[in-house]
Design a protein. Sequence first.
Length: 439
Amino acid sequence: MTDSAHIVTLSLSELTKQLKEGLLSPEDVFYSYMEKTLDVNKKLNCCTGILLESFDQLKTASSIKEGLLYGVPVSIKENIAYKNHDSSCGVIINLDQPVEKDSVLVEVLKRQGAIPFVKTNLPQGLLNYDCSNPIYGQTVNPHNLQKTSGGSSGGEGSLIGGGGSVLGLGSDIGGSIRIPASFCGIAGFKPTAGRLSSQGIRPIYRGQKSVLSSSGPMARDVDSLALCMQALLCDHMFSLDPTVPPLPFNTQIYQSSKPLRIGYLENDGYVQPSPSMARGIREVKALLEQAGHTLVPYSPLNISHAAHELMIKGVLADGATTLLQKLVGGPVDPCLRSQVLPYYFPKWLKKTLSFLLKPLVRLNNLFLFSVLPDVLTYMMLYNLLNFPAGVVPVSTVTAEDEEELKHYKGVYQDLMDKSFKQVRTMSGIFRLLVWSCST
């Protein structure tokens, strides 16, 4: 009898090894993860539906032992197209519109032997760092049911963090892979936009080119992310989508131990990191220097302008008209309500409120906070620059971190800074390192 509890603890590299060697069968792995996923979903509400076609794919899996991900069950974000299933983005107006074919990434996963088996939850309209919508409800954090999983790839973060999936695909336009990965204690990677095919990935905003979205892997560790990227960056994807540069994964660079010159950021001058985050950066800096790398401090230029004038005004260049149109005919989820409400206000009311509240909040914050919380300037910068970026587990929040948070002042000491220090009972929740590199 197969030990299902043991199978779901194996790393992706060990799982693929045992599958290829015949020590495990695709059936063993598939049913172990299906059982675990159903159990996790009862607690976390992270899945939007089982892909029943995966059972048909499983029947032929043992006869075709090919691909880097042979026999591996993979979860996918709800907005990633899978034939005959909705990609609603959590918006009621998009229901009952099953797509006619798989996205390119799903096709490539199948060619590499993977078995997409479940779709995962996201926030209504995608542009949010919570994970709730009127169709599928609220997804919660696997480590603390009173906390959010993050978003917009929150279903993936929650499912993987809860042990219900070993590998998943998300999307990221302002931290949507990295935020839930950080909150749920897993690893996530946002490639340069266009590095992976976007065909079949449903956005809310079509034609928006100011800030580009990227699809990418989410998993328990970095080696799993690398294996997924290696599997996806193959000739099959390049032939299905000629717009993708035909550059395979460079294993030599990934495995190189050559000393690097690494920039590190302690404070962007706009939002002071929490004590746990600052401690994590110091610990990683010390470890990298011990490994022979050179660490160089840097500070981004005018991050406030980048966040408010370039990022938000770029993404919502139509004044959120497209988003509001998508919300017609259904309720607005509580996680989105405060974000969209100001767009219904007349201009004179917006100007009056901005004038009255300006002494309390930093410039332009009044109607942007729920779209892009200021602390996420650390995330969105790499979307704006179109750099690859990711997060890896480093540490967890300690009681000492929470005690130090009581003395947090912030950069501006305004209403937003004061609100940050109100976050409590975070001990044991993960804090992660963000990395990025230019391409």
